[in-house]
Design a protein around this ligand. Structure first.
Ligand code: HEC
Length: 303
């Protein structure tokens, strides 16, 4: 009898330190791994922070406090009957994420920390904003990802620490900057800066203001296809808005099929950088203007 009482007491104690966290959809576990991995920097299930029982997920507050007392407090305050709703979880993550990730408060610091050497840019009108997006990444980071395509199991995966910026342009003026940085756990950090270069929680509300990082992850981890990437190398079926621009270089059907980059989104990236880059190299090989390392890259892929 006494043992049973003790067991019950222990169960009550441990459940008092646990909250159930809930998210919609099939991606729930992956999103939880991303959300909570932002605080642990290692797999939150392995760290003992998250536990899956049946189809439910529980967070251990005592473990969480060691990583982020802020998030622990937020979740505790927002829980009702021991359960944290999806909206409450997202809000709690949003208000504590930047600090936990130590993301620079100013874009200038971000640019100092993640220098994009040999920057290459792609311009595209997409679903995220009504503005033109100028996407910048380092050419060597892209080359390395392509170079390691077969080693990575026929996947385009970028090296840890790779930064990709997407600036939103009104004419030549940058009205805001979104960016992603490759983490060591396989996810990317998401970040948004406003027109003055200050870190902000949401993008401009031109269709809707996107909360960072929770709404960013929604699209980037999802299965939904977006234009113009989905139809590339054809013109997008439906063109929303007026002025449209998408990957203005060569359009190579064979390369598009080879990578199926947008469909496969191997690294949760949605743009067609390897596809556009290799299409361009193939066009230049035809014109006889390629150097030997670029020819070697094409040969390595067998393209
Ligand atoms: C509506 C779906 C959607 C949402 C929400 C979204 N993105 Fe994206 N993102 C895309 C698509 C599609 C691309 C490919 C290029 C384009 O169309 O702009 C992209 C590209 C990017 C890129 C360039 C690297 C890549 O994946 O190709 C960055 C950086 C980026 N998004 C950051 C963000 C951030 C930060 C947020 C949240 C504030 C966000 N995104 C929210 C759909 C989305």
């Amino acid at each position: 009898m006494r043992i049973l009482a003790l067991v019950l007491l222990m169960a009550a104690c441990s459940s008092a330190e646990q909250l159930e966290v809930t998210l919609e959809g099939e991606n729930a576990q992956r999103l939880l791994r991303f959300y909570f991995g932002s605080y642990t920097s290692e797999d939150p299930f392995e760290a003992g922070l998250l536990e899956k029982r049946g189809s439910r997920f529980y967070v251990d507050l005592a473990v969480l406090r060691e990583y982020s007392s802020e998030l622990s407090q937020e979740l505790k305050a927002k829980a009702s009957g021991g359960i944290v709703s999806p909206d409450s979880l997202r809000t709690a993550v949003q208000v504590t994420y930047y600090h936990a990730r130590n993301l620079p408060r100013m874009l200038s610091e971000f640019n100092d920390q993640w220098v994009t050497d040999n920057a290459i840019t792609f311009e595209v009108h997409g679903p995220v904003t009504n503005y033109l997006r100028r996407i910048t990444l380092s050419e060597s980071a892209l080359q390395n990802a392509i170079q390691n395509y077969y080693e990575n199991g026929e996947k385009i995966r970028y090296a840890v620490g790779t930064a990709i910026k997407a600036e939103h342009l009104r004419g030549t003026r940058v009205v805001e900057t979104t960016a992603m940085v490759r983490r060591s756990d396989g996810f990317w950090d998401f970040v948004t800066y406003d027109s003055t270069g200050a870190l902000v929680s949401h993008t401009l509300p031109n269709d809707r203001a996107l909360a960072t990082p929770t709404q960013c992850a929604g699209c980037h981890f999802g299965e939904k296809g977006f234009e113009p990437e989905q139809s590339w190398p054809l013109e997008p079926a439906i063109v929303p808005g007026d002025i449209r621009k998408w990957y203005t270089g060569a359009r190579d059907t064979e390369v598009a099929e080879f990578f199926s980059e947008h469909l496969r989104r191997s690294d949760t990236l949605l743009g067609l950088y390897a596809t556009a880059y290799i299409s361009d190299l193939r066009a230049r090989r035809g014109a006889g203007t390629l150097d030997s390392s670029a020819i070697a890259l094409l040969n390595r892929l067998g393209l």
